[in-house]
Structure formats: structure tokens, C-alpha cells
Design a protein around this ligand. Structure first.
Ligand code: NAD
Length: 491
């Protein structure tokens, strides 16, 4: 099969019990952020649609939970091959509905595929332990068991990767799964499920339901769902955490972010400037790992600002499928307006606007949501642009006396998703590793994105729950442990 990459796409549907079904309620248009063209319309699932998906999952779970694990991972091996074979087509669809560049879209799909690969190791990862003679005449064995149907609610910014933080682990451990992707760019999920349909999962093991707030709440309240994973903005993460817990579910909710880069006097400044700009501007800055507050030791502040400006001016803003584009379009006109407002707030609050991306002009794409790289100097930690998530290609630099002050600035943030340090000093690196209150920390790495076999961290207002996405944490989230205590007097 080949995936349809040519819009208009009129086939955005739910996938329930191995069948495609239209969501019951009307929804919203899916719009190309670079052209303003309507690509598709996505319907929103009703409570009955959610019931149908959960019922199908519960029925499938009855036999899937006891299907040998070696059989359960076979569709994942098939899915990996299908994803590899269709990576370019998926990436093209992703660019059309999200606005990021083609290499960025391929990079995100690679990260998704890595999670499918890691979940194929579930036969080893799911083992829990056995101890002969744990007590006189007694052997004890711990086992991990799947629980039932799990849901994941995912954001717009990585529509090809984030569903795969969850789905492969849920099904490999023997659960059934329901995905509710972002309504802003749902077609990638649609294409992903076309491949899932081909990969050979039994009907009902994986379902896709499209929708918005009401669909999410129907999932969170549903008695037939054991647990929910959420990735998105902090206010919604908090809502999901509370609402899912209120009906007794397991829940992990990853929220928004405000991340810092620390640059010390010993850093390779050229390398650090390159990584700073790409960290803040890649995917249009619409990344929970975007480091957009840049805290620089004062001895190299002026020199570093110059290098950042040089690097930022070299970025090309444009259409995501054009080869020379570095920064694509923002997701919606409303979001673009919000980022523009935050830039204006930065100016009003006294930051020094060194590079203004608001005048960007992308020839041939006048209807697109574009913003150029924007650089502020002399930012104060109390300014709005230093505290609030911007989610656009905007960065703010500030000078500090030393690494201690830099750590103090970054730990003052309400968020704790990620940070990066550029230094040649092992002592500085050790200090930041010990003292920075963040879940992902890069040292001489601009974007602290862990591989799939490590969990994806996050602290403070960036995370609600205890077990994170990816890797071993997912095995713990998707299973519960039982201990068998056995005595055989005649043995
Ligand atoms: P969002 O919170 O608006 O939406 C996320 C999901 O929640 C969507 O599926 C949406 O349909 C649903 N939703 C939206 N409002 C809701 C409500 N009131 N009640 C119930 N459900 C609701 O987030 P977004 O704009 O799609 O994504 C961007 C945000 O996600 C940013 O804040 C970013 O930092 C965050 N994010 C975090 C991580 C992480 O790992 N911490 C990763 C990616 C994105």
C-alpha cells in the first residue's frame, strides 16, 4: 500500500475494532499552516463513539492479555518495517498539516520508530523476578500483568512521534489502547493507523478516536479505561491528572515547559551559539524541549550575543517542503498572534530587541503563519518572556556572574522540563547535574531529548504523575505486579 499524501484528505476517521468509522459529531478544518489551504475536516467523537472504542478494547483484551508475548510483538516488528518503508510519505503529510520542515518531520518519525524497536524488547523488560527459598520451603515469584484498556491524549507539535511514546509499550505488555490525537493535525495519526491496520494486530487491540475537549473528558471519565497518558499544555495536563485520578485511573500527564541554556566562559562559543539557535528555533520553536532562555557568564556575554545573532540571521524561514528552509510555519494564525503579543510584551517590559522576526516575508506563502528568529538581550528573569512558554522562534539572553547564579535563575522557573549546559569544565557540569531541578539535562547538547530506551523526564509544572513516557517507565505504567508465594511440602 502507499499512503495518500495528496490533499484534500477527506478520510479522517476513527479506527475501532479493526474498522474505519466516521466520528459522530462535526469537528473542525485541518489547515496547512504555510498556505492557509484547508486540507481536511476532522469530526469529533461523541460519548457513544468513545464507548464503542473502549468496548472493542475490553473485548480484545480478554484474549490479547494471554496471547504469548512473542506473538504480541510480531505486529510491532511489522509496524517498524512499514514505518521505515513509508517514512517519507508520513513526513510529507506531517509537513503539510503541521508546518515544520521535512528533515524535522523525518527526525521526529525516527524517534517514534525507536520506541517501536524498544517495545519489541518487552519479553525481557516485562520480567519481574523469582527467588527460590525466599523463606523456609517457600519460593516467591513476581510477575507483571497487563491491566486492560489505556488511553493516550497527544498534542499537535509531534503528531508522528508522541503517539509512539505509548502505543507500542501498551500493546506489547498485553493491553488494549485508544489514541486521541490532536485535532489540529490528525492526518498523520490517520496514516499511522493505516499502517497499524496492515501490521496485523487483532481487531480491537488498537483504536483511534478523533475529537477535542468532550472526547478527552469522555475518555477520562470512562469506567472501562484503566489509565491515561497525556502530553500537552500545563493547564490541560493538570486537568487531565485530576480528572483521571478522580475516577481511579493511573495517569501520567506531561505539561508545558520553559527551558534554559547555560553558557560558561570555557564553552566552545561557536558550537554553543549554533546549538542555542537550533534549540530555540527548530520546529518553529514549537517544542517542549526548546531552550529559549539563555544564561551566559558575563565574561563572554557580548561575544556570545554576537555569535547568536550571526547564527540567527543565517536562518531561512519558509515552506517546510522546500530544501533550504530552516524554520517552517507556526501551527495557526492564533498561535502566531500569541507569539507576536509576547514579543511586544518583551519590548514593553524593557528587554533589548536585537533581532526582530516579525517582519518576515515568505514569497509565495503570504497566507502562512510565519515568524523569523527573534533575539532579545538583557532579559531579566522576572520578565514575561523569561517565565512563560512562548512556543515560537524567540530567545532571550541574560548575563550572570557565575554558574551558581545561572542555576539559581533556572531553578526559579515554575517549569522543570529540560536545560542544557555548554562548558569545558567538568566541575561546572557536575555542579549543574547535581543542582538543576530539571528532568532532562544536556551537557554540550542543545536539545536534551533522551533516546527511547530512557524515560522522557519533566518536573514541577512540566509533569504530573510519577512514571514518565518511553522505555522502562512505560512497562511499569502499563502493568501491575503480583507476587506468587509457593510452598510444595512434598517437593
Ligand atoms: P493542548 O494542551 O492544547 O492539547 C493537547 C491535547 O489535549 C489535545 O489532544 C487536545 O485535543 C486536548 N485538549 C485541549 N484542551 C483540552 C481541555 N480543555 N480539556 C481536555 N482536553 C483538551 O496542547 P497543544 O497545544 O496541542 O501542545 C503544545 C503543548 O504541549 C505545549 O505546552 C508543549 O510544551 C506541550 N508538550 C509537552 C511535552 C512534554 O513532554 N512535556 C511534549 C510535547 C508537547
Amino acid at each position: 500500500m502507499s499512503l495518500d499524501t495528496t490533499p484534500p484528505w477527506d478520510d479522517v476517521q476513527n479506527y475501532v475494532d479493526g474498522e474505519w468509522r466516521r466520528p459522530s459529531n462535526d469537528g473542525q478544518d485541518v489547515v496547512d499552516p504555510a498556505t492557509g489551504e484547508t486540507l481536511a475536516r476532522v469530526g469529533f467523537s461523541s460519548g457513544d463513539d468513545v464507548d464503542a472504542a473502549v468496548d472493542a478494547g475490553r473485548e480484545a483484551f480478554e484474549s490479547w492479555q494471554s496471547t504469548p508475548v512473542e506473538e504480541r510483538i510480531q505486529p510491532l516488528f511489522a509496524l517498524k518495517e512499514l514505518l521505515e518503508a513509508h517514512q517519507d510519505e508520513l513526513a510529507e503529510v506531517l509537513v503539510r498539516e503541521h508546518g515544520k520542515t521535512f528533515p524535522e518531520a523525518k527526525g521526529e518519525l525516527r524517534r517514534g520508530i525507536e520506541n517501536v524497536e524498544v517495545a519489541c524488547g518487552v519479553p525481557s523488560m516485562m520480567q519481574a523476578g523469582h527467588l527460590p527459598n525466599a523463606a523456609p520451603g517457600i519460593d516467591e515469584t513476581a510477575v507483571r500483568k497487563p491491566l486492560g484498556v489505556f488511553a493516550a491524549i497527544t498534542p499537535f507539535n509531534f503528531p508522528g512521534m508522541i503517539p509512539l511514546w505509548f502505543l507500542p509499550y501498551a500493546v506489547a505488555t498485553g493491553n488494549a489502547f485508544v489514541l486521541k490525537p490532536s485535532e489540529q493535525d490528525p492526518v498523520v495519526a490517520q496514516r499511522l493507523f493505516e499502517l497499524i491496520d496492515e501490521a496485523g494486530f487483532p481487531d480491537g487491540v488498537v483504536q483511534l478516536v478523533h475529537g477535542s475537549v468532550d472526547t478527552v473528558n469522555a475518555l477520562l471519565d470512562h469506567d472501562g479505561i484503566e489509565g491515561a497518558s497525556f502530553v500537552g499544555s500545563t493547564p490541560v495536563a493538570e486537568h487531565v491528572y485530576e480528572r483521571a485520578a478522580a475516577s481511579g485511573k493511573r495517569v501520567q500527564a506531561q505539561g508545558g515547559a520553559k527551558n534554559h541554556i547555560v553558557v560558561t566562559e570555557t564553552a566552545d562559543l561557536d558550537f554553543a551559539a549554533k546549538k542555542t539557535v537550533s534549540s530555540a528555533c527548530a520546529c518553529g520553536g514549537e517544542r517542549c524541549l526548546a531552550n529559549d532562555v539563555v544564561v551566559v557568564e558575563e565574561g563572554v556575554y557580548e561575544e556570545f550575543v554576537d555569535r547568536v545573532l550571526e547564527e540567527a540571521r543565517a536562518q531561512t524561514v519558509g515552506y517546510g517542503l522546500d530544501d533550504d528552509t530552516d524554520i517552517g510555519a507556526l501551527i495557526t494564525p492564533d498561535h502566531e498572534a500569541r507569539v507576536r503579543d509576547l514579543i511586544a510584551t518583551g519590548v514593553d517590559e524593557g528587554a533589548d530587541l536585537l533581532l526582530d522576526g516579525r517582519d518576515v516575508d515568505v514569497e509565495g506563502y503570504e497566507g502562512g503563519n510565519f515568524l523569523g528568529p527573534t533575539v532579545f538581550g538583557d532579559v531579566d528573569p522576572e520578565m514575561t518572556i523569561a517565565r512563560e512558554e512562548i512556543f515560537g522562534p524567540v530567545m532571550g539572553l541574560m548575563a550572570v556572574e557565575d554558574v551558581d547564579e545561572a542555576i539559581e535563575v533556572l531553578n526559579r522557573s515554575d517549569f522543570g522540563n529540560a536545560a542544557s549546559l555548554f562548558t569545558a569544565s567538568g566541575a561546572d557540569a557536575k555542579k549543574v547535574r547535581h543542582e538543576a531541578d530539571v528532568g532532562n539535562l544536556g551537557v554540550n547538547a542543545g536539545t536534551a531529548a533522551p533516546m527511547a530506551f530512557f524515560h522522557f523526564g519533566g518536573r514541577k509544572d512540566s509533569f504530573f504523575g510519577d512514571l514518565h513516557a518511553q522505555g522502562e517507565d512505560m512497562i511499569h505504567f502499563y502493568t501491575d505486579k503480583t507476587v506468587y508465594i509457593e510452598r510444595w511440602p512434598d517437593a
